[in-house]
Design a protein around this ligand. Sequence first.
Ligand SMILES: [Zn+2]
Length: 128
Amino acid sequence: MPTAPGTFKAPWAPKRTKQDRERSNDKERRKRHPWRGWYKLAAWKKIRARRLASDPLCVMCLAEGKTTAATVVDHIEPHRGNRDLFFSYANTQSLCEAHHNRDKQRIEANGETQSPSPRPKPEPNFHF
Ligand SMILES: [Zn+2]
């Protein structure tokens, strides 16, 4: 005897999942910052591997007399989406995570970002 199928949902029916939304967010980000995808390219991976092989230590730590393994390959001159700067081996340096993050903050503090937006200051006389 046949059983009622009930509410059958085709597994191939289009369904908007969280993953889909994240994917479209990625697409948006790629449109605004196409260079983000360059980090996945073989050309960059080659530059990165070569830089870490030749300078396995963080150059900024070395300048401070410390020896720290480099984990990040940084662009010395911010590439700002400039392909030549991005894929220039000479424009890269080995950094540790801490120095890389510090460097980024310095750049933001100097207003060297593409769209400097002043952060809203807290109310001067705001107390709990
Ligand atoms: Zn360092």
